[in-house]
Design a protein around this ligand. Sequence first.
Ligand code: PLP
Length: 376
Amino acid sequence: MTLTYLDHAATTPVRTSAFEAMLPFFREQFANPSGSHRFAREARRAIDESRDAVAGTLDVEPGEVVFTGCGTESDNTAIVGARGLAVCPAAEHHAVLHPVEELGGRVVATDATGHVDLDRLADALGDDVAVVSVMAVNNEVGTITDLAAVSRLVRERAPRAVLHTDAVQAPSWLDLRQITPLVDLLSLSAHKFGGPKGVGVLTIRDGVRIAPLVRGGGQERERRSGTHNVAGIVALAVALAETDAERPAENVRLASLRDRLVDGLAATVDGVVETVPRDRKVAGSAHVCLEGIESESMLYLLDEAGICASAASACASGAMEPSHVLSAMGVDRRLAAGALRLTLGHTTTERDVDHAVDVVADAVMQLRSHRFARPS
Ligand code: PLP
């Protein structure tokens, strides 16, 4: 069976260029970059070059780039390391939401598109706030945040706060150079743009003080200890550069495939509700709610047909609880129970989306006829 992979928001296939860039660091260039011999210096040089490349793509100084163990760690470091009152919207990824809640921070309502409600955000800001965290792109429904508006509000109402953005879902769709001037801290994760799992970035604007979460040998200028994942860091830089170069063309190609997918579903299946208007979200995101369908049964039938999709975020999809994002958006519980997230990426083809339309249509027919056939 050929797999049809439509779950790029969960993770992306590793780009060939990134995979090949990693190989020498598992073989002949295996040294620990913190050492003092020549092999260590070679590994250190590879990290320095990767840092320069990442800084170039983000339009920040190399010294502002901190390599971390994943997007979750970058998010946690930003929230916990600010050491004070944290504020975030209710539709954030749990990597932000959970530390904010655990530290007794303020969680702000979103509107019906999943965008933070700017009036509620304004109410939550003040001199007592240490960090505000607002994601660039929502991982579940694809909504793009107006970070310029958020940044203006935070600078005006919470002048002592640092502004963090979880940009983990952004690199394939948005030019990060336009985001970094608006924020003090920004999180990335390599596996969301064709790099390997287990390596991330946190940018920390020069002069901003963030206490380290991981302490030890003092790597990353005391901001993140732990022996560097050299292969992962090198691959992250390669994947980010390639993603950045392909982005303008991919945005056009994948918006057209996404439209073909959602329009195809709407034309063949009754009761398809698009969760967020297309002009408010990224090109690769197709999120719909299917009336009268349970996501769990839909995902089972899609899996049987070789289609990889998801209902909520990857972390939550093992347990089919109503998604906290759809709840925050005020989506009716019964409708939210039929959520289907299909996310496109650099490997997606026209054949993939056409096949998905056929399989989803068949599955809906099967599930609805089963429901009506059941004795009451
Ligand atoms: N933030 C967002 C928006 C995400 O989508 C994810 C991954 O699902 C994360 C953070 C966590 O990143 P990682 O998987 O690298 O820990």
